[in-house]
Design a binder for this molecule. Sequence first.
Ligand SMILES: [Fe+2]
Ligand SMILES: [Fe+2]
Length: 189
Amino acid sequence: MNSKDIINELKKLVENQCKESSNVFGYESWTHHINIVYKYSMMLSDKLKADKEIVQISALLHDIASVTDINMYKDHHIHGANMAENILKKYNYPINKIAWVKKCILSHRGSVLIAQGSVEEVCVSSADAMAHIDQLPSLLHLAYAKKNLQIDEGSQWVKNKLSRSWNKLCPEAKELIRHKYNCANELLA
Ligand SMILES: [Fe+2]
Ligand SMILES: [Fe+2]
């Protein structure tokens, strides 16, 4: 199977997993998050001249553990990297590229400093944070419907979340999402 076919297969696999009743985050985890991360990761990959195939595969699989089993949520970057390895081995994907994808998935969580990673890691972790900024209704839903916060507490929570996501972005990602970030902050002020 060539890489284009593998990517298409992965899209179906991840989207179907997001539809499963075992995914507590619901189908929105595909439509309002993973698919958005995928879109932004490709835009960044062009800007940063990253390996697009590695970036695409890593973006599609970066939250695979979370949407499979909530018990893996806390360490979903670690479980996700291992799951990606198993999935990609079935497609006979090259071992050296699997290791590269695993690194991107492992480092997509906030604690890893952007400057330390490869350009492909930067694309995935920045695209993940961009997707949060892009999806203001999802953040509002989380604050008011899931966390049951009051109006001011909720908008403050969303503002803090937006600011944490903004601080994770590489300069190229900031350039792409600045307008939405400013608009969101203006609405929440
Ligand atoms: Fe994640
Ligand atoms: Fe994510």
